[in-house]
Ligand binder design. Structure first.
Ligand code: CUA
Length: 389
C-alpha cells in the first residue's frame, strides 16, 4: 500500500508541483495594490467602502471555513474506524444540533447583510450635494458607452465633451449618469470604485470621489463584443491646493511620463483650468502638412462621424468628439499612447489595434467606398489631428 502510494503520487507531484507553484504565484500577483487595476489600493471613499466589504466578507468566510473544516477533520480522526472495533452505535437525528446549524448560517448572513446593504444604499443613491445642483460640491458627468469607446459630457461645465479621458477634480463628488448608444457596458475605475451597468436608454447612476490626485485606469466590465477588453479609459484627477498630486503614484502604463498637461502621471492644471482649455476653440492649423490633413479630414468623410468644435463642417456624432484631440494622453480608448507614430498606426489599420471597430466597417476610406488612405494621407491626417491642442 505504502509503496503504491509513494510511487504514483510522487510521479504526478513532480509534474504538477511547478505548475501549481506558478499558478499560486500568478494568483497572488493579482492582489498587488500597485497594479493599475487593483481594487486594494482604494483612492476614494466608494473604493474604500467596497474594499472594506470585500475584506470583511473574506475574513468571515475564512472563519466559517476554519470552523467547518476543523470540525470535519477532528471528527474524521477522533471517530475513525479502529482495529477490532465492532459496529458503532447507530443514531438518527439530533434536534439541538440541527437547530444550531440552521441558525448559525442565518446569523452569519445577517452579519454580512448589514454592512453590505449600508454600502449599497450609500453608493447607489445620488448624494444630496449632487441633487442640489451646487457645482462647488458636486458635478454631474454623463457617461455614454459605445462599442468600443467612452464618451464623457460635462453639462455643469459648459457642455465640454471628451472621449476616453475622464477628468475630475480631487476631493469633490462626481455624479455619473450612465447611458449606452448600443449594448450593455459597465463603468468601472478599480481604484475609485464601481462597477455599474450601462444600459441603452440610460437610467443608472453612480457617484465617485477621488481623495488623491493623479491618473487612474478605467475599463468596461461587461462583455460587450469582440473588443470589450479594448474598451478602456483614463481618469485624470486634477489636484487642488488641499490635495496635491504624488508623482507616479497611480500612473497607468500607457500614460506618457511627461507632456505639458501631465508630469509623471500628475495633471499639471486644475480641473477648472482644464475646462477652460476645452471650451476654447482649437488653435488655427498652421503647418502645410496639417492644412492638407484638415482638407483630407473634410473630403474623406471623417466629418460624418467626428465633431471638432470650431470647425463648422466637422459635426458628426457617431464617433468620438476629436476637439482638442492632441491634449489626450491615449488614443483608441486607452489602447495606445497618443503620439504621431501610434496615430499613424491607428489610421493605417484601425482593425489591427481594435478588432471590429465601427470606423473600419463604416468609414468610406476603409470599407472600399472611397480610395484607401495612402501613406502621405496618413501622415498629413496625423499632423492635423496632432495639431488639435
Ligand atoms: Cu463595453 Cu465591455
Amino acid at each position: 500500500m505504502t509503496r503504491l502510494f509513494s510511487y504514483r503520487t510522487k510521479g504526478s507531484m513532480r509534474v504538477f508541483a511547478p505548475f501549481f507553484g506558478l499558478l499560486s504565484l500568478l494568483l497572488v500577483a493579482a492582489c498587488t495594490p500597485s497594479h493599475p487595476m487593483s481594487t486594494f489600493d482604494a483612492a476614494g471613499p466608494v473604493a474604500a467602502d467596497q474594499r472594506f466589504l470585500f475584506l470583511f466578507i473574506f475574513w468571515v468566510a475564512i472563519a466559517v471555513f476554519v470552523v467547518v473544516e476543523g470540525a470535519l477533520i477532528y471528527t474524521v480522526i477522533r471517530y475513525r474506524r479502529r482495529r477490532g472495533q465492532g459496529m458503532p452505535e447507530q443514531v438518527h437525528g439530533h434536534r439541538p444540533l440541527e437547530i444550531g446549524w440552521t441558525i448559525a448560517p442565518a446569523l452569519v448572513l445577517v452579519v454580512i447583510a448589514v454592512p453590505t446593504i449600508m454600502v449599497l444604499l450609500d453608493t447607489q443613491t445620488t448624494p444630496e450635494e449632487c441633487e442640489n445642483g451646487d457645482t462647488e460640491k458636486c458635478i454631474n458627468v454623463e457617461v455614454i458607452g459605445h462599442q468600443w469607446w467612452w464618451e464623457f459630457r460635462y453639462p455643469d461645465n459648459g457642455g465640454v465633451i471628451t472621449a476616453n479621458e475622464l477628468h475630475m477634480p480631487a476631493g469633490k463628488k462626481v455624479n455619473f449618469l450612465l447611458d449606452s448608444s448600443d449594448v450593455l457596458h459597465s463603468f468601472w475605475v478599480p481604484k475609485l470604485g464601481g462597477k455599474t451597468d450601462v444600459f441603452p436608454g440610460g437610467g443608472n447612476q453612480m457617484w465617485l470621489e477621488a481623495s488623491q490626485a493623479g491618473t487612474f485606469q478605467g475599463q468596461c466590465a461587461e462583455l460587450c463584443g469582440i473588443s470589450h477588453a479594448n474598451m478602456r479609459f483614463m481618469v485624470m484627477v486634477h489636484p487642488t491646493p488641499e490635495i496635491p498630486c504624488v508623482a507616479g503614484r497611480h500612473q497607468p502604463p500607457l500614460v506618457e511620463a511627461s507632456t505639458p498637461a501631465l508630469q509623471n502621471g500628475c495633471p499639471t492644471n486644475t480641473f477648472d483650468e482644464w475646462v477652460e482649455e476645452q471650451l476654447a476653440p482649437s488653435l488655427p492649423v498652421e503647418s502645410e502638412g496639417a492644412k492638407r490633413g484638415e482638407a483630407l479630414f473634410l473630403s474623406k468623410g471623417c466629418v460624418a462621424c467626428h465633431t471638432i468644435r470650431g470647425n463648422p463642417v466637422a459635426a458628426g456624432k457617431i464617433g468620438p468628439d476629436l476637439t482638442h484631440f492632441a491634449s489626450r494622453s491615449t488614443l483608441a480608448a486607452g489602447m495606445l499612447e497618443n503620439n504621431p507614430q501610434t496615430l499613424e498606426r491607428w489610421l493605417a489599420d484601425p482593425d489591427e489595434v481594435k478588432p471590429g471597430n465601427l470606423m473600419t466597417r463604416d468609414a468610406p476610406v476603409y470599407n472600399g467606398e472611397l480610395e484607401p488612405l495612402d501613406l502621405a494621407d496618413i501622415v498629413e491626417l496625423s499632423a492635423y489631428l496632432g495639431s488639435l491642442q
